[in-house]
Design a protein around this ligand. Structure first.
Ligand code: ADP
Ligand code: MG
Length: 493
């Protein structure tokens, strides 16, 4: 199914660092709050003063368990912390505490939908692992001339590094995966998902190969912190690699950075291998032991997961799987849908409106659904007026517009129907449901258009359009199209 680029298959694997939403650091009690003055949130452990010892933050472990449960992974009963040795000024210990051979979360998968041409296909990306580790500090270059500053506030911030198998075959799939993963971690609340502040950053490993060939050599694009850059960076990288190969050059394994200003990726360093880090078990930390009772307790306390909720929407509201997935993009959207569907009893219509008009307008104004000027109760009232034929679909859009743009009137949900009815009344949008009146209009139009009548009777179905148009016009758009059709058929035999 994979789409070739100039005869090459694209292969992508992701490593994502999700900053865990704990109050304090992974091995110390210092705060992880964002934006503090440099080095005001670095304690003796984070500064690696001699003689200090790391102490595991159970909140971080609990979040790793939650993640593992959310993606159907195996949660290791015993995992090991390891030292990843390297020198960098913002890493005073000279090593990062991470997990290597035995990570806490093993396997699992992430599924999502993807638009391919006109079709919607389901894609599943297998995860290799997710492991706990600490973040490093930051080197600051901007405010200094001829020197660099070191800020250790970020040192020891808890991270979950989530690693996929090389299962993605296009930049579209990669971005869809990243969005789905982002949804999962924010939904279960283990990460705030703020990409600008670096709480969710992705490294994309990219290679290309001729179909059927062995995996090509990959280059790793580091620290992609927006979905837009992710797509641009991967697309650029794929074209670059293909050009290199076509020109007869071999790809060298490397770590690269994406420059949003030029839209190019640039090699940062040749890639290290695991051996370069001299990983070994950290003697300061005992194995991380997670009893099954702990996992069971976490499971019982977890909110309904997006995919479980989506399955419930399919079952309880008879929604297509695609709708159910779209409506579970966030808890707020799901709640808005359920409130609307329950209040009007028309789940599919509610879904259509939310995925259509509501999200279009939210996107246009960059608004979250919590701020939508049309409450679920009002949308439900609107839908019920379409359902009982008071208004047509087109008129409903006009009413929706009016409610959306009416600023400031905060009527309680209980008054939703009267708000909608008042707008229908004021705008004169009520559908003509009086058969007598409609019949009179139809008779007049038939009498005025004998040619269309004749043609239709002679078998030209299209001639009907020439009649429906004038009827709708004469009714000022208030005739019920279904009813017009039925009456026309009756009259024309
Ligand atoms: P490292 O930790 O050194 O970056 P891993 O072997 O753990 O290396 O792989 C990291 C990521 O690279 C994984 O997401 C994996 O799926 C992906 N990957 C491995 N080989 C390839 C390849 N040939 N092309 C694209 N991605 C790859
Ligand atoms: Mg890597």
């Amino acid at each position: 199914m994979s789409k070739l680029v100039q005869g090459y298959e694209v292969v992508i694997g992701f490593e994502t660092h999700a900053q865990l939403s704990t109050q304090s650091k992974i091995f110390s009690r210092a705060s992880v709050a964002f934006g503090a003055e440099p080095n005001t949130q670095a304690c003796a452990v984070d500064m690696a003063l001699p003689g200090t010892l790391p102490v595991m933050n159970m909140g971080a472990v609990e979040r790793a368990i939650e993640f593992g449960l959310a993606i159907n992974a195996h949660i290791a009963e015993r995992s090991i912390f390891a030292r990843k040795n390297y020198f960098y000024p913002d890493l005073p210990k000279g090593y990062q505490i991470s997990q290597f051979e035995i990570p806490v979360v093993q396997g699992g998968e992430v599924s999502f939908f993807l638009e391919v041409g006109k079709e919607t296909v389901r894609k599943t990306v297998r995860l290799e692992r997710a492991h706990l580790e600490e973040d490093a500090g930051k080197s600051l270059h901007e405010d200094f001339i001829g020197q660099s500053g070191i800020d250790l506030n970020r040192a020891g911030t808890p991270l979950l590094e989530i690693v996929t198998q090389p299962d993605m075959r296009s930049s579209d799939e990669a971005v869809a995966y990243a969005k789905e993963l982002h949804k999962i971690v924010t939904w279960i609340g283990i990460c705030d998902g703020n990409m600008q502040e670096g709480s969710f950053r992705c490294d994309a490993n990219v290679s290309v190969r001729k179909p059927g060939a062995e995996l090509g050599t990959r280059r790793e694009i580091k620290n992609l912190n927006s979905f837009k850059f992710m797509q641009q960076a991967i697309d650029y990288e794929v074209r670059w690699q293909i050009d290199q190969i076509e020109d007869g050059h071999a790809i060298q394994q490397a770590t690269v950075l994406f420059d949003p200003d030029t839209g190019e990726t640039r090699a940062m360093r040749t890639k290290e291998d695991a051996a370069d880090y001299r990983y070994f078990p950290d003697p300061d930390l005992p194995p991380l032991v997670i009893g099954r009772d702990w996992v069971e307790r976490v499971k019982s306390e977890m909110a309904e997961l997006p995919r479980v909720m989506a399955e419930r929407f399919v079952k309880d509201y008879a929604l297509p799987e695609y709708d159910a997935t779209q409506l579970t993009q966030s808890k707020a959207v799901a709640a808005y849908f359920e409130a609307t569907a329950k209040a009007c009893g028309q789940a599919k219509l509610a879904s259509n409106w939310i995925m259509g008009e509501v999200s279009r307008r939210l996107n246009a104004s960059e608004m979250a659904i919590e701020q939508a000027p049309v409450s679920a109760a009002r949308l439900a009232a609107l839908i019920s007026r379409i359902q009982d034929s008071t208004i047509s679909n087109n008129a409903a859009k006009e009413v929706f517009d009016a409610v959306w743009n009416a600023s400031g009137d905060q009527v309680a949900d209980a008054g939703a129907l009267s708000v909608i009815d008042a707008i229908i009344e004021a705008k004169g949008l009520k559908q003509m449901n009086d058969t007598g009146e409609l019949e009179k209009i139809i008779d007049d139009v038939l009498a005025a258009n004998p040619k269309n009548v004749e043609e239709f009777k002679a078998g030209n179905a299209k001639a009907l359009n020439g009649l429906v148009g004038p009827i709708m016009k004469a009714s000022k758009g208030k005739a019920n199209p279904g009813q017009v059709n039925a009456l026309l058929m009756k009259k024309l035999g």
